[in-house]
Design a protein around this ligand. Structure first.
Ligand code: SAM
Length: 242
């Protein structure tokens, strides 16, 4: 792309295609985020996607699809946020909501801290550590209205990482690809044990260079408290997923 004006107008246009309304001010912040993402990506591994158009569609607009599932929730946690997807993008979109972004890799947390400073965001908190550990260390059990997560683990494992963070009646918004039905079948026990129910599925797709990408967002509701033994430690989760 020639410059950030072009980046911003294509971003707004791509959002419109997916029925997502975004202001010029927020799109400008995402353009700065993109510049920093590409700059830091030269030093540390943040993303394999470096084409600016693909960053718009596969990262920014993709993350903004969560706005279709998020409503009144105010306190939101992103598990395995990586370079801030979807949590940082959503924090830019929703300055009135508070976000906690958790990741096991400290280098990514340092990058996210730079974004917070450069964009002067006051609604984002960062935590370095494994989700199944920091929940107890930082006293975050059932502390959030919603949890978001993209590309972190298979659904039964991910539900054990994420659902203990949300309050009863809160929701997990899980971003997945198109072959979700097999993962859902594999997750029946996890859903039962963790008192969860799949409330809704959102389907969307986009096309880049004649290739179609189909995606699903699962809206999973927590009906009752999480039994206190969950989440188990990493060794147990890995050895015997729910
Ligand atoms: N969500 C981002 C995205 O969609 O681009 C990053 C996805 S990346 C494939 C997976 C991220 O999850 C990595 O940054 C990794 O460090 C983090 N991760 C994996 N397991 C985790 C855990 N148990 N707790 C915290 N972070 C975890």
């Amino acid at each position: 792309m020639k410059n950030n004006d072009e980046f911003i107008s294509i971003l707004i246009e791509e959002c419109k295609k997916q029925d997502i309304d975004i202001s010029l001010e927020k799109a400008e912040k995402l353009a700065i985020y993109k510049d920093l993402l590409l700059e830091w990506n030269e030093k540390i591994n943040l993303t394999a996607i470096t084409d600016e158009y693909e960053i718009i569609v596969k990262h920014f607009v993709d993350c903004l699809e969560c706005t279709k599932a998020l409503k009144e929730e105010r306190e939101i946690v992103d598990i395995g946020t990586g370079a801030g997807f979807p949590g940082m993008v959503l924090a830019i979109y929703y300055p009135e909501k508070n976000f906690t972004l958790i990741d096991a890799l400290n280098k990514r947390i340092l990058f996210l801290d730079d974004i917070i400073c450069k964009l002067q965001l006051n609604n984002v908190k960062l935590i370095h550590g494994r989700a199944e550990e920091v929940i107890r260390i930082n006293n975050l059990y059932e502390a959030y209205d919603a949890c978001v997560s993209r590309a972190v683990a298979q659904l039964p494992v991910l539900l054990e990482y994420t659902s203990p963070y949300i309050k009863v009646n809160g929701k997990c918004i899980i971003m997945k690809g198109d072959s979700i039905e097999d993962e859902i079948k594999l997750s029946q026990n996890a859903l039962k044990v963790l008192n969860l129910k799949i409330n809704k599925k959102y389907y969307y797709s986009y096309t880049i260079n004649n290739e179609k990408y189909s995606r699903t967002i699962l809206d999973v509701v927590k009906n009752n408290k999480t039994p206190s033994k969950y989440p188990r430690n990493y060794g147990k989760i890995k050895k015997a997923p729910l």
